[in-house]
Design a protein around this ligand. Structure first.
Ligand code: FAD
Ligand code: SF4
Length: 477
């Protein structure tokens, strides 16, 4: 007889909202062994028929999900992590920040009738289990070929790990003083503790990868020089260039880009002031412009840094917010306020050049635009003023322009992303690219998926299995 199906995911234990807004500790606490096994038992172990899609089809790096969940069911946690690491070298990170509701869990058969299996939480559980006990790394025979990786975000780390596992000598060049990309400078401590990122970076290093920080490729060293020294170069420089609205007063003191705000808090450790001598000034009433994941991170950080009011100002309605549901719920629980259908028109400052007010206009929703979401339209005469002393502009990031601009022959799109073909090959022979620098700002797992494809292509090329294409055709022109 079939066991009774548990319709809902086992809940994730979390820090209480009233407590957590006073600290920067991680909000979700993770499953224990018993809960992980019980959750794994919900899995139907689908054997899909031709044409039917299941969880694995929704995972951009192709983790064998049913197999690792079966291992958890049987209490074989060491086996489970081995299965995951066949495809994913950063599981503790993915288990925390992957938008799994749209990826693997979005394809889960159980999810058609009930809540899907909590695949992300189970991945996090086994990754944490392994980290707490230590891992064993097997180093392959060296191939005698060298690959340079530019950028140490999820795309660069994935390429480095995949190629190191095959025996290539890999060196990562990172512009900042710490590796990890957005994982260390953008995503806050309370969502992704930096010790978790460090542990996964250490795993990549243990595979034999060398990481050189404080090297800006395009300034400190050129692409030409890298191509002289290395057999192949991978570019994963991400999308870290802040976007502004271009409205009057946007350069007043107290107005930050999300990028500056988060980098100063995370990478420069403002959240650990006075232990670290690099504080950030946050006022009493903080407005964050935009409603994506980055905006939720800024608004939640502002509360933790002492703001009395933290308000998300968004030009569309609640239904169009692009942030993950879980992040919006967490922000609401913590007391972040939301002002929908509102657009800043200009900022007003005091005699010392500090922002004091924001003039906004009310919006209504019109016809759907190219993204399928209803277009916000200003309501004439509805202008009003909002008193604020800090503003964070979180309306998106553009690709980092430095490397493409300093590399002759590297073709880019009109959005500044590097043009690549279906394998991540660029217009320059022996140079590959993936992640946000090729797709525009996306997600950790999509950057990793692109990195995996590029690593496989680099391996085919360097092992003589394939040649550089004579009729190179970009897929993102
Ligand atoms: P990045 O992570 O941007 O890494 C690029 C690296 O290249 C950086 O370290 C940079 O310093 C370095 N670099 C740039 N130029 C040079 C150069 N010339 N020389 C040397 N090094 C260089 N995604 C999710 O899936 N879930 C989330 O919850 C989530 N939250 C986010 C929150 C924030 C605040 C932000 C900003 C993004 C978030 N994202 C999230 C998106 C995700 O982090 C990115 O899509 C992902 O990090 C892209 O990876 P990447 O490797 O392409 O680039
Ligand atoms: Fe299990 Fe869902 Fe994957 Fe089926 S689709 S194997 S139920 S996790």
């Amino acid at each position: 007889m079939m066991a009774k199906i548990v319709p809902k995911k086992h809940p994730m234990p979390e820090q209480d909202p009233n407590e957590r807004i006073k600290n920067f500790n991680e909000v979700p606490l993770g499953y224990d062994e018993r809960t992980a096994i019980e959750e794994a038992k919900r899995c139907l172990e689908c054997k899909p028929k031709e044409g039917q899609k299941i969880c694995v089809d929704g995972c951009p790096v192709g983790v064998d999900i049913p197999r690792f969940i079966r291992c958890i069911k049987e209490g074989k946690f060491d086996e489970a992590i081995k299965v995951i690491k066949e495809k994913n070298s950063l599981p503790a990170i993915c288990g925390r920040v992957c938008p799994y509701e749209n990826q693997c869990e979005g394809f889960c058969t159980l999810g058609k009738k009930f809540e899907p299996v909590a695949i992300g939480r189970l991945e996090r559980f086994v990754a944490d289990y392994e980290r707490e006990r230590g891992y064993v790394v097997k180093k392959p025979e060296p191939k005698g070929k060298k690959v340079a990786v530019v950028g140490s975000g999820p795309a660069g780390l994935t390429v480095a790990a995949d190629l190191a596992k095959l025996g290539y000598g890999v060196t990562i060049f990172e512009a900042l003083h710490a590796p990890g990309g957005v994982l260390v400078y953008g995503i806050p401590e309370f969502r992704l503790p930096k010790r978790i990122v460090q542990a996964e970076v250490d795993y990549v290093k243990a595979l034999g990868v060398e990481i050189k920080t404080d090297v800006v490729v395009g300034k400190t060293v050129t692409m030409e020089e890298l191509l002289e020294e290395f057999d192949a170069v991978f570019v994963g420089t991400g999308a870290g260039l802040p976007k502004f609205m271009g409205v009057p007063g946007e350069n007043l003191n107290g107005i930050y880009s999300a990028n500056e705000f988060l980098t100063r808090i995370n990478l420069m450790k403002a959240y650990e002031f006075p232990e670290y001598h690099t504080p950030i000034w946050v006022g009493k009433r903080v407005a964050t412009i935009g409603a994506g994941n980055v905006s939720m991170d800024c608004a939640r950080n502002a509360l933790r840094l002492g703001a009395e009011e933290s308000i998300i100002v968004y030009r569309r309605s609640e239904a169009e917010m692009p942030a993950r549901k879980e992040e919006i719920e967490h922000a609401k629980e913590e007391g972040v306020k939301f002002m929908f259908l509102t657009l800043p028109k200009r900022y007003l400052g005091d005699e010392h050049g500090w922002v004091k007010k924001m003039e906004c206009i009310r919006m209504k929703l019109g016809e759907p635009d190219a993204s399928g979401r209803r277009r916000p339209v200003p309501i004439p005469g509805s202008e009003f003023e909002l008193e604020v002393d800090t503003v964070v502009v979180a309306i998106g990031q553009s690709p980092n322009p430095l490397l493409p601009r300093s590399t002759p022959g590297l073709k880019t799109t009109k959005w500044g992303t590097i043009m690549v073909d279906e394998e991540g090959r660029t217009s320059l022979e022996r140079v590959w690219a993936a992640g946000d620098i090729a797709t525009g700002e996306a997600t950790v797992i999509l950057a990793m998926g692109g990195g995996k494809k590029a690593a496989a292509s680099i391996h085919r090329y360097l092992s003589g299995e394939s040649k550089w294409p004579e009729d190179w055709k970009p897929v993102n022109a």
